[in-house]
Structures are given as structure tokens and as C-alpha cells.
Write a protein that binds this ligand. Structure first.
Ligand code: DX5
Ligand code: ZN
Length: 214
């Protein structure tokens, strides 16, 4: 079944516990961490992840949009992340391997993320060692942007490689996912859909989460 990972970037940060309870029919809580360097925005850090951990049993999918994520992955794991994803563009290949190894040493799941301009092939050095691949369908940095349908061939190519090299690996998309774009993501081979504004702007959040499953 298709999994939904609502992004709390679109939640009310003054009412995070309430807004996490509102998405409990979803599968993951997607937490967007931005450092103002890798992307031109600053959002959530380690103490907030630790506070979220105390108020929900939902798995925390922590998307690190930070430079040299190897410096911080262990601290996000200790704060309560269940899955930590790092951008392949954020460091050397060697250090991305090291970040994945550190996440695994903490007993957590690891993933790699590709920005829109990064080719599908960039995932190949990591594909056998990760539990999830995330394909960005907007430029990372902000919620509420327009879905990039031209990322679908990249999703489809990575789905093909996953089937042969690492069938248990999940394939996630993030950015602009809404009722009118979810089906194309699923058809291309994504099995986890991140959605921020489409979930939190909905009048009936559980109904919207069900609708996004396709
Ligand atoms: C963007 C973030 C996304 C964002 C998605 O950099 O990684 O997770 O919150 O927001 P929507 O679903 O509104 O495009
Ligand atoms: Zn994200």
C-alpha cells in the first residue's frame, strides 16, 4: 500500500503536538530540517525532533537539508528519528557513505535524497545500502511549490533499479504532492508520498490522507 508522510513544515509550529495528532492515520511524520546553507531557509533542529518524539509513536522521517550531514546524523538518531535521509549533493560520496553507516550503527533506517537537477544515476553508489530513496519533486527549501512532473522519469528509472538491486528499498517523492499529482507519482513507482500543504490545508485531514493514497 502507498504510504503517506505529511510534512510538518506546513503545520502550526505553536501547536505541533495537536498538528501531529491530526495526521495519525498517516504512516510517517516528515520532518524538514534546513540549515540556511544547503537551502535558503532555516526550520527545525535537534531539540524540536526530541520534543516531537515524546508526543507521538509515529515513525519520524527526518529529511536533512543541511551541508555535511555526517556531522549531525547521530544526534538526530539520538533525538528519536526512525529514518534519516541525507542529500547526495550535500557532501562527498565518501562522507555520504559514512553518514549512512553512522545512521545504521544507531539502529535506524537511512536514505539518500536527490534534488531536481541531480540525475537518477547519482543514487547508484548508495542503492544497495539504503532503506529509502527520496526524489525531490520541487527545489528543496519551501513548502507550497508547484509539482515538477518532469521528475517522473527519474522516479521510474530508480524504481527499476530498486526492483533488481534492493527490492525492500522504499521510494519516496517530496514536493507539490496533492490529489491531482499523487496518481502520477504512484504510477511512476513511488510508494511513499510526502505532502505538506495538501494535508494541512485540507478541511478534513484524514480524508485527504486517504485520498492521497491513490
Ligand atoms: C521542501 C520540503 C518538503 C515540503 C513539501 O523542501 O522538503 O517536505 O514541506 O511541502 P509541499 O507538500 O507543500 O510541497
Ligand atoms: Zn521534505
Amino acid at each position: 500500500m502507498v504510504k503517506i508522510a505529511p510534512s510538518i513544515l506546513s503545520a502550526d509550529f505553536a501547536n505541533l503536538e495537536r498538528d501531529i495528532q491530526r495526521i495519525e492515520t498517516a504512516d510517517y511524520v516528515h520532518v524538514d530540517v534546513m540549515d540556511g546553507m544547503f537551502v535558503p531557509n532555516i526550520t527545525i533542529g535537534i531539540p524540536v525532533v526530541a520534543s516531537i518524539r515524546k508526543v507521538t509513536k509515529m515513525p519520524l522521517d527526518v529529511h536533512l537539508m543541511i551541508v555535511e550531514p555526517v556531522r549531525y546524523v547521530e544526534r538526530f538518531c539520538d533525538a528519536g528519528a526512525d529514518l534519516v535521509t541525507v542529500h547526495v549533493e550535500a557532501d562527498t560520496e565518501e562522507n555520504i557513505h559514512a553518514a549512512i553507516a553512522k545512521i545504521h550503527a544507531k539502529g535506524k533506517r537511512a536514505g539518500v535524497v536527490l534534488k531536481p537537477k541531480t540525475p537518477a544515476e547519482a543514487v547508484l553508489p548508495f542503492l544497495k545500502e539504503v532503506e529509502l530513496v527520496l526524489v525531490m519533486t520541487v527545489e528543496p527549501g519551501f513548502g507550497g511549490q508547484k509539482f515538477m512532473a518532469d521528475m517522473m522519469p527519474k522516479v521510474a528509472a530508480i524504481r527499476t533499479w530498486i526492483e533488481t538491486e534492493n527490492p525492500a528499498c522504499e521510494l519516496e517523492v517530496d514536493g507539490g504532492v496533492a490529489p491531482d499529482t499523487c496518481k502520477t507519482c504512484i504510477d511512476a513507482g513511488a510508494n511513499v508520498l510526502v505532502a505538506g500543504s495538501a494535508v494541512y490545508k485540507a478541511a478534513d485531514i484524514p480524508a485527504r490522507i486517504a485520498e492521497l493514497r491513490g
